[in-house]
Design a protein around this ligand. Structure first.
Ligand code: SAM
Length: 273
């Protein structure tokens, strides 16, 4: 197979060949570290499981996914990248490139809806949390997700109760997934160089059934993170009911959303149900 060897000069040549420029508004920071790309693909792919990629860019990660997974569906918002991907990766017959905004994709209609899949992405940083929320809310049978994100977002996902980075996505990921860091990357691994460090995380489901009611409850609790939990929940239940529920869990009335552990959210949800 002819691989795209994503060195800085090769990436520049590819962009020039197709008359393209990295688009800041699509979060295009292309990976120029083939060893890391192969390591990410090895962590993401199993020989018996289709792999879904969000944002293939110039295909430097995609090609390794195609070598390690039986089928790869990759979703790219930038239509100008599609001819490049189709031409440069044409030897990979197990690849399907779809030009779509992943946030607009109806995950109920995808062809792999009823089988297990893995997810892999060097995420566009401007929508990292939105993509994770979308995956968390989907009914897809996700075997594993291997995601590259801003280092500080990975820290937020890993954050403990009370941490200022602790949020609704943290609570839901902690409930449903266990997380392991695969590697950290400096800006030198990308072209153009971002201003931030990156981390690749491996998220593995704990096997707990998705509970949309609980998920909606957690988002509601964090609707305005500077406000108290009671304030965020005032449309869900009367103040006295909530005060009683909080007291039954030994939580103070003015507790803030970032002060509750996953277990306390689960308990509060059960009490208020
Ligand atoms: N995977 C490539 C790599 O590692 O070099 C590119 C990663 S780059 C950080 C993010 C990619 O996501 C870009 O190709 C960008 O065009 C694409 N992208 C941005 N927003 C998207 C969206 N809403 N849906 C699908 N792709 C998107």
């Amino acid at each position: 197979m002819n691989r795209i060897i994503a060195t800085p000069s090769a990436v520049k040549e590819l962009l020039a060949k197709y008359d393209l420029h990295a688009m800041k508004r699509f979060g295009q920071n292309f990976l120029i570290n083939p060893d890391i790309a192969e390591k990410i693909a090895a962590a993401a792919c199993d020989p018996d499981c289709p792999c879904i990629e969000i944002g293939p860019g110039l295909g430097s990660l995609t090609q390794f996914l195609c070598e390690k997974a039986p089928a790869v569906y990759t979703y790219e918002i930038d239509k100008k990248l599609v001819p490049l991907l189709e031409e440069e990766l044409k030897e990979y017959e197990n690849l399907q490139v779809v030009n779509v905004d992943f946030m607009e994709l109806d995950l109920e209609q995808v062809p792999y809806k009823d089988e297990e899949v893995t997810f892999c992405s060097n995420l566009p940083y401007y929508i990292t949390t939105a993509i994770i929320s979308k995956l968390l809310e989907s009914s897809l049978k996700i075997r594993r997700m291997v995601l590259m994100m801003q280092k500080e977002v990975a820290e937020r996902i890993d954050a403990g109760t009370g941490d200022k980075e602790y949020g609704a996505v943290t609570v839901l990921l902690k409930k449903y997934y266990s997380m392991k860091r695969l590697t950290n990357l400096t800006p030198a691994s990308f072209l153009p160089r971002p201003q931030i460090d990156s981390t690749v995380v491996v998220l593995t489901p704990k096997g707990i059934a998705n509970d949309p009611g609980f998920n909606a409850f957690v988002y509601e609790c964090f609707a305005q993170r500077r406000k108290t939990l009671a304030n965020n929940l005032k449309n869900r239940c009367e103040a006295a009911v909530l005060a009683e529920a909080l007291a039954s869990l030994s939580l103070k009335e003015g507790v803030r959303p970032q002060e509750l552990s996953v277990a306390q959210y689960e308990a509060l949800y059960e009490v208020l149900k």
